[in-house]
Design a protein around this ligand. Structure first.
Ligand code: SER
Length: 891
């Protein structure tokens, strides 16, 4: 049965049981805790948590998923795919355990001729969470299986959570026995033998912390009992297609076949090669799907995962003996298979292939540069007599050149060296920790929304008037402090207030929250932040400026909520400015430049967009020019509601990671089709009201993303005024006209450089001019002519030059030893230089430098003729020089 048929049967089965088919969401949903959508339930999370009301009670989906922590296992097992599709049926407070079991069992055991998957009951084993007797009873009832066929397992296997705070619950997995060839009888940990292919989660708990699969805190029950199931499409495919593993199924094997043609090697002949073939098939597909959803290669987070996938695919092809660009040969094959389901792969192919092929090119260059760096590191190790490349070197190769560790390991092995892998992994772990901590601090933690939900249930959604007015009379519904209801907020205190109606804009869609005040009888609150922690509810974070606000007194009287009009004007300018810059960006760079994030507050905006190369100064200027032309054209700004479908037809730009339910979406347009975006923000009425757009910079923000920043409105003029001021100060300082500034400063810099060079030349001359005198001052120590001298203000390079110069001036037929110790900036530099005759006497420069070491708090070494060292203690240099003389004397 091909995968298309499995999909069709899955959806049809659940559709006929009253489930609404829901298309797959993007792999990139805006969940702060998730890198990628990694389960079918992710897009439905707000429904499970009760944050949003689902438009249906039952749903069925086939969701694109990516899971990359197991990337190293790809190809080694039958079942680790970095991209996979999860077939799932969902009940939101509708049916629970019994019907979930019935529906699943029916589909998998029904004969293929009847539309099922036709698995024999004799090879199926359901598992339950040990202690969930209800589930055991239901499995027995529904399937008629005897008790011993129902396996009880611990929470590690049979309690499902997202791995992060959120919904969770006990689960039942369905395992299929593939026979004794794959593992011992009854050993359910032998995953290749007892293959799990469907997980039914009885979603009932809310988790506040997840430390491991077995160690988590349940903070309460979900508002309703739900069902979330996930059936692995690839797993069912490989079992029904009679192949060995997921890499051999109909939508993946053609890539392996093409790789065989290209490399001339055979799949199935050698285990090591087989793993490489599977890595190629998996990674080519995963990276294509990720690029399809808007990821671009980079050095952080999502971009890094993509980069790794692409590079591992290319690298595996090289290990299979294929050195030419591989992706242009392989990715189109994957596109043709996956494109049957995901038509965007075809329509968006230009962009997808460009991103992928460019990364392969970069990697090829990397390989060249990194190889040189590797050779250097390897020869350094060998020279110093070592056998192992340091973890820090391996990490640098990885971090700077994108060298995968397996590549470093392999090249080291070829050079007869090992690699300090532990050291490397330690550094990698540190880097990951840093990244995680960074992500946590940026996105904040999952908040407990219980108190908000209570207010919403009791009073209904906030009447939200941000589009209509800047002030309202409102009734307070609740006061909270750190999410907990309180009865009073005293002077100076910070807390939260929920009103029945509000004119305040809550932070969303990149627009900062409104500022303003809320007045009440006898006092005043300053609004410091406004958020919508759950759909429909606006929460104001406030500081009590005057008076005391108590629920008892306040509930009787009305409050006056007033947005700061200056603030809002600035906010509207900045948000419309963001749309203008986005449209200008796309006009200048082309339609593939797509916003990946944005932020705007009064006077300022920034916009991140997927783009792999830096912009030229001309491009930046063009973006600014096109933006300001749009302002001058005084384009009308308007907005209207429509269905998502219509919005797409209109060409409105929808951003990845936003979720839209079936209700209407808001499309904001500037100058008709010139700029159309799905947006809930507040905007000006005409583009000229933005005042001005002053682009201040453009830079990389990692992961194939660039950021452009600009000031709008009066802030824009203020910025220009500051620049004008700088120019004014410089012209008066230099007493020239502004147009002469650049040539004059250029000229000054040139002259400064020339002067510095000249100073350096003179300094060296002076230093060496002392050489003859020093040579003449040599003293005879037991038949050796010795110069032991101190130079203040000289660093390592000068000390060496001087020592060698003096040695050259001493006659070669008599033993001579020169030791120069320099002291500069609290640092000591020592150089000893001996001629051949001194070495023949058994003297060694290395020994002399070692003699100095203990006096100057340092060390050093080298060869018998020249040795060099350093230290940090300048107080005992004279003693050190005496010790040198004594040492020569004693030799
Ligand atoms: N959420 C569960 C899983 O990922 C079932 O869909 O296994």
């Amino acid at each position: 049965m091909d995968t298309a048929e499995i999909r069709r049967r899955f959806v049809a089965h659940f559709e006929s049981a009253g489930h609404t088919p829901v298309p797959s969401a993007s792999l990139l949903l805006d969940d702060p805790n998730l890198l990628f959508v990694n389960a079918g339930m992710v897009p439905f999370k707000p429904y499970f948590l009760g944050q949003e009301t689902p438009p249906y009670d039952r749903a069925v989906s086939i969701q694109k998923c990516a899971r990359t922590p197991d990337i190293e296992d790809v190809g080694k097992t039958t079942r680790h795919g970095t991209f996979f599709e999860m077939c799932g049926n969902f009940s939101f407070g509708d049916y629970f355990k019994e019907q979930a079991i019935e529906l699943a069992w029916e589909l998998i055991t029904k004969a293929q001729s009847d539309g099922g998957f036709g698995f024999a009951e004799s090879v199926l084993y359901p598992s339950v969470l040990d202690g969930d007797d209800e589930a055991v009873g239901l499995w027995r009832k529904v399937t008629g299986l005897p008790d011993e066929r129902i396996i009880r397992l611990g929470p590690k296997e049979n309690y499902w959570s997202m791995g992060v705070p959120g919904p969770g619950g006990p689960c039942s997995e369905i395992l299929i026995d593939r026979g004794p060839a794959y593992g011992p009888d009854g050993d359910f940990s032998a995953e290749d033998r007892y293959l799990e292919f469907w997980n039914l989660v009885f979603m009932q708990d809310e988790l506040s912390a997840v430390r491991s699969k077995e160690d988590f805190d349940i903070s309460g029950s979900l508002p309703r009992k739900n069902i979330d199931t996930g059936m692995g499409l690839e797993r069912v495919a490989f079992m029904t297609q009679g192949v060995e593993n997921m890499y051999e199924i109909d939508v993946m094997f053609p890539v392996i076949e093409r790789a065989m043609e290209l490399t001339g090697r055979t799949y199935g002949a050698d285990h090591v090669d087989d793993v490489r073939f599977r890595v190629v098939a998996d990674h080519v597909r995963s990276s294509m799907m990720l690029i399809g959803d808007g990821v671009t290669p980079g050095n952080e987070a999502r971009g890094y995962v993509l980069r790794r996938l692409l590079r591992r695919a290319v690298r595996s092809m090289r290990l299979l003996g294929y050195e030419d660009p591989a992706l242009p040969e392989l990715m189109p094959i994957s596109r043709d298979k996956m494109g049957e389901t995901y038509a965007d792969l075809h329509t968006d192919w230009d962009r997808i292939s460009r991103v992928a092929y460019a990364e392969e090119e970069t990697f090829r260059k990397t390989l060249q540069a990194g190889t040189t760096m590797f050779d250097l590191a390897a020869s350094k190790v060998k020279q110093s007599g070592g056998a192992s490349i340091a973890g820090a070197e391996a990490f640098q190769l990885h971090d700077t050149f994108g060298f995968p560790i397996d590549l470093t390991l392999e090249m080291a092995a070829e050079a007869g060296l090992s690699v300090d892998e532990d050291g490397f992994r330690g550094l990698m772990a540190e880097q990951r920790e840093r990244a995680k901590a960074d992500a946590r601090s940026k996105r904040g933690q999952h908040a407990d929304t219980g108190a908000y939900r209570t207010v919403l249930d009791e009073h209904g959604p906030t009447e939200w008037l941000a589009y209509e007015t800047l002030e309202t009379e409102s009734r307070p519904l609740a006061l909270l402090r750190e999410g907990v209801p309180v009865t009073v907020l005293g002077p100076g205190e910070v807390g939260e207030i929920i009103l029945d109606r509000t004119p305040f804009y809550a932070e969303s869609g990149g627009q900062a929250a409104d500022a303003g005040i809320i007045e009440f009888d006898g006092g005043r609150l300053e609004v410091v932040d406004v958020q919508r922690p759950i759909k429909g509810l606006v929460v104001h974070q406030v500081r009590v400026v005057d008076g005391e606000l108590a629920t008892s007194s306040a509930s009787s009287s009305l409050l006056h909520a007033q947005v700061d009009p200056e603030w809002r004007t600035g906010a509207r300018q900045a948000h419309s400015g963001t749309h203008v810059v986005h449209a200008a960006l796309r006009q200048v760079l082309g339609p593939t430049a797509l916003q990946s994030g944005s932020y705007n507050r009064p006077g300022y905006l920034r916009l991140d967009f997927g783009w792999t190369t830096g912009l030229t100064p001309e491009q930046v200027r063009d973006i600014e020019r096109v933006s300001n032309e749009a302002l001058r054209a005084d384009l009308p700004v308007g907005w209207q509601y429509m269905t998502l479908e219509q919005a797409k037809e209109w060409g409105a730009v929808a951003l990845f990671g936003e979720t839209y339910d079936n209700t209407k979406v808001r499309v904001v347009e500037i100058g008709g089709p010139w700029s159309r975006e799905l947006c809930g923000g507040t905007h000006v009425d005409h583009s000229s009201q933005i005042g001005t757009v002053v682009v201040t910079g453009e830079a990389s923000v990692g992961s194939g993303n660039r950021r452009i920043e600009a000031f709008t409105g009066v802030e824009g003029f203020a910025y220009l005024a500051r620049e004008r001021d700088v120019v004014g100060q410089l012209t008066s300082l230099l007493k020239i006209q502004p147009q002469d500034l650049v040539p004059r400063v250029g000229d000054l810099v040139d002259r400064l450089r020339a002067a510095e060079k000249e100073i350096e030349r003179i300094r060296l001359q002076q230093l060496l001019s002392g050489g003859a005198e020093l040579a003449a001052s040599a003293v005879d120590v037991g038949g050796v002519r010795v110069v032991a001298h101190r130079v203040d203000g000289a660093g390592g390079g000068d000390v060496r030059t001087l020592a060698l110069d003096v040695r050259g001036r001493l006659p070669g037929d008599q033993p001579a030893a020169v030791v120069v110790i320099g002291a500069a900036d609290g640092k000591v530099s020592v150089v000893a230089a001996l001629n051949d005759a001194a070495q023949s006497r058994g003297l060694s420069a290395n020994d002399l430098v070692r003699t100095v070491g203990p006096f100057v708090g340092g060390k050093g070494g080298g060869k018998a003729d020249v040795a060099q060292g350093g230290g940090t203690d300048t107080s005992r240099i004279d003693e050190a020089l005496a010790a040198v003389l004594a040492s020569v004397q004693g030799a």
